[in-house]
Every structure is written in structure tokens, then in C-alpha cells.
Design a protein around this ligand. Structure first.
Ligand code: PLP
Length: 386
């Protein structure tokens, strides 16, 4: 009955592409216990070190006491609790939009937004290196789907100028998840305004990390903020925010449309309210703990300086995603394995997740890493380059 599946799995195995899950026994932190062994981990998106923060744990317990464990129903059928509602208000205010709407995950938020805003008569323009959830969303929407070369605004403008669709939607990661580089947000917004397009900005890796008080990629390093009614902003709450979930912030017309028509919002149980309750505390830590972002930036600098005199090349990135170029897949796997033997976890990322010939180690840094942690990694990499 399953001989075809068995054969496909065997081929995957043979090509070295079979993936395995490892069992983590400790909380998520810079040091984790996995399969009984301690590791120094550079593999999580817990950029601010909040996933195991005592204040958040306490807030989650309080939330459970106040609201119970399960939401019991979807948001439109009496599952929308005061905890969800308060968090939406706080997120709208924090990101500077008229309204915000919670989704269970970032994957579901992207599916919901894109399918609610684009259909058969519409066209979607997407950066080639966008996250898989944005690609899946575009395919599911049945809109015409045009992918432009990574960050190529001239190509995007050509497509926008030539498009005759009911609605045009540009979708892009704000911080690219395998590159760590940042989309030119100001120019993207200008293009969308010029050609009457909407811009869906996926800030999964920017929210909490970038911008003053961690307000995200729309809050530029020069102190200016990008505002436009053309922007539909999405960010996740399971990365820097340390908990789980996602939200969309936008004009009220967009938020109301999502409530009425986003299928991944409507046809699913609301997340446990205790998570929203914990996220209110997380938001406070994000806003107030400037020292976490400062520690993170110091760690980024220390890594870059530590590898300067080595043969390894980091891709140009000012964010906590620091990809180290290996080239061929087997080389990436070799380095990752050798680090692992030294008790250091850095995942190897291979095609088709990244373009051919650009296999890499995806180093993710956290405010929770100590200077000696970064030193251990750079020293191990120096040894492996010999
Ligand atoms: C992680 C991620 C998502 C998905 O978010 P989840 O909450 O984990 O489902 C979406 N977009 C980008 C760019 C991501 O990195």
C-alpha cells in the first residue's frame, strides 16, 4: 500500500536529504540539552532571550489561572477573549497602525492575508527569496504570481508598470530569513504608492529586534518611521517575542476585511488566551529592555570581528541572522557536524532552501549569548578552517 512512499523516502535518504528531529529536553535558551547532551546553540529565533524569561513564565501561569487553558472556540464563535483583545490593542499602538489582528501562526497569517486580499483577477509580486509561507499563500490565492530577483527594485517597477490587474500586491520579507539582509522598505513603499499597489511586509525577524524600542523594520535606524496606508504589516510572536503566534497590523478596512474573509482566521480555534496574556508581558520587556538589543548588537559585532582573519565569509548582514557561506552542500554539512562534535549547534542550510552553490551555516545570535559563547564559536570555526 505504501511502497511508493517507502521508495521516495529511500531516495531521499540516499541523497542525504532525509531530515531528522532531535529531542530537546531543556527550555529554549542559548544552552540546551538535546538527546542527553548539553549544547551551545546558535539555532533559535529567540533573539532577545525571552522564551524562558521568568516574568513571561509567571504571566503564562497567571493567564492560565484567569482564562483557563483552551480558548474553546474560534474568534468569531465566542473564542475571542479579553486577553486576545487587549493584546491586539497593544500591538496596534506599539507598531503605529489603526488596528491589529492576531493569527495563530505566521504561516497562517500570511495564508490568510494574501488569500483575503488577492484572487484570480489580481497579481502578486514577490521577492525570489521570500519565506515559504508567502509563496504558498500566493499559490493558494490563484492570483497571477510574479517573482522578481532578490531586492531588484528595477525589475519590480517594470512588472508593476506593465500590470493591468484589479489589485496589485507586493509581498516581501522585511528581514530575509536565510540571508539576514533587509528589504529597502522606503523604496518599496514609494513604488507601491506610485503604482497603487499594496505592500505586505513580513517582519518575522525584525519585530522586537529592529527599530527604536524594538518596534520593527518600519522604524528606521535614522529615527524616521515609514507610514503609509498601502502597508499591511505582519510579524510573528514566536521569535523575538519568545512566545507563539502572529499578528497583522493595518488600516481598519484591511483588518475588518480579514475578520470577514481570512479563512485561516475564521476556521480555526483561537490560541490559548494565556499566551496573549504572557505576550503583554513580553511586549513590555521588548519595549523597555534596550540592553537586550544592545547585547545582541555587541554579539553580532564580536562574531564579525572574530571571523575577519579567517577564510570564512559571512554574508553581509547587520541582523542576528549571520549566514556563513560554505558553498557546496557537503561542506556545509561537514562544518555543521564538526561543530556539533564540539558541542556547538549551527544548522547547515542547503539547496533547495537556498540557491545552488550557496549552502551555508545559519548562525543565529541572541542577546542571551555571552561573549565567551561567541568566542567558543569563532575559535571552533578557526580550527575547522585549518
Ligand atoms: C518564521 C517565519 C514565518 C512563520 O511564522 P510562524 O509563526 O513560525 O508560523 C513567516 N515568515 C517568516 C519570514 C518567518 O521567518
Amino acid at each position: 500500500m505504501y511502497s511508493e512512499l517507502t521508495e521516495q523516502l529511500r531516495v531521499r535518504d540516499q541523497q542525504g536529504l532525509r531530515r531528522y528531529r532531535q529531542v530537546v529536553e531543556s527550555p529554549q535558551a542559548s544552552h540546551i540539552t538535546m538527546d542527553g547532551r548539553d549544547y551551545l546553540a546558535f539555532s533559535s529565533n529567540d533573539y532577545l532571550g525571552l522564551a524562558n524569561h521568568p516574568d513571561l513564565i509567571q504571566a503564562a501561569c497567571e493567564g492560565a489561572q484567569q482564562y483557563g487553558v483552551g480558548a474553546g472556540a474560534s474568534h468569531l464563535i465566542h473564542g475571542h477573549s479579553a486577553a486576545h483583545h487587549n493584546l491586539e490593542d497593544a500591538l496596534a499602538q506599539f507598531t503605529g497602525f489603526p488596528g491589529a489582528l492576531l493569527f495563530s501562526t505566521g504561516y497562517m497569517a500570511n495564508i490568510g492575508v494574501v488569500t483575503a486580499l488577492a484572487g484570480r483577477e489580481d497579481v502578486i509580486f514577490a521577492d525570489k527569496l521570500n519565506h515559504a509561507s508567502l509563496n504558498d499563500a500566493a499559490l493558494l490565492s490563484r492570483a497571477k504570481f510574479i517573482r522578481y530577483p532578490h531586492l531588484d527594485l528595477a525589475a519590480l517597477e517594470q512588472h508593476l508598470a506593465g500590470a493591468a490587474a484589479r489589485r496589485k500586491l507586493v509581498i516581501t520579507d522585511a528581514v530575509f530569513s536565510m540571508e539576514g539582509d533587509i528589504a529597502p522598505i522606503r523604496q518599496l513603499v514609494a513604488l507601491c504608492e506610485k503604482y497603487h499597489a499594496l505592500l505586505l511586509l513580513d517582519d518575522a525577524h525584525g519585530f522586537g529586534v529592529l527599530g527604536q524600542q524594538g518596534r520593527g523594520s518600519l522604524f528606521l535606524p535614522d529615527g524616521n518611521t515609514v507610514h503609509s496606508p498601502h502597508i499591511v504589516y505582519m510579524a510573528t510572536l514566536g521569535k523575538a517575542a519568545g512566545v507563539f503566534g502572529a499578528f497583522v497590523a493595518a488600516q481598519m478596512e484591511v483588518i475588518e476585511t480579514l475578520i470577514q474573509t481570512a479563512r485561516s482566521y475564521i476556521y480555526t480555534t483561537a490560541t490559548p488566551p494565556l499566551l496573549s496574556h504572557a505576550l503583554l508581558t513580553s511586549l513590555k520587556r521588548i519595549e523597555q529592555d534596550e540592553w537586550r538589543r544592545e547585547a545582541l548588537m555587541r554579539n553580532i559585532q564580536q562574531l564579525q570581528q572574530g571571523l575577519q582573519s579567517s577564510p570564512w565569509k559571512l554574508l553581509p548582514s547587520g541582523t542576528p541572522i549571520q549566514p556563513l557561506l560554505a558553498g557546496q552542500s557537503d561542506e556545509a554539512v561537514r562544518i555543521s557536524q564538526a561543530l556539533r562534535e564540539r558541542g556547538i549547534l549551527v544548522p547547515a542550510i542547503r539547496p533547495p532552501t537556498v540557491p545552488q552553490g550557496t549552502a551555508r551555516l545559519r548562525i543565529s545570535l541572541s542577546a542571551a549569548h555571552q561573549p565567551q559563547d561567541i568566542m567558543r564559536l569563532t575559535q571552533a570555526l578557526h580550527e575547522l578552517a585549518l
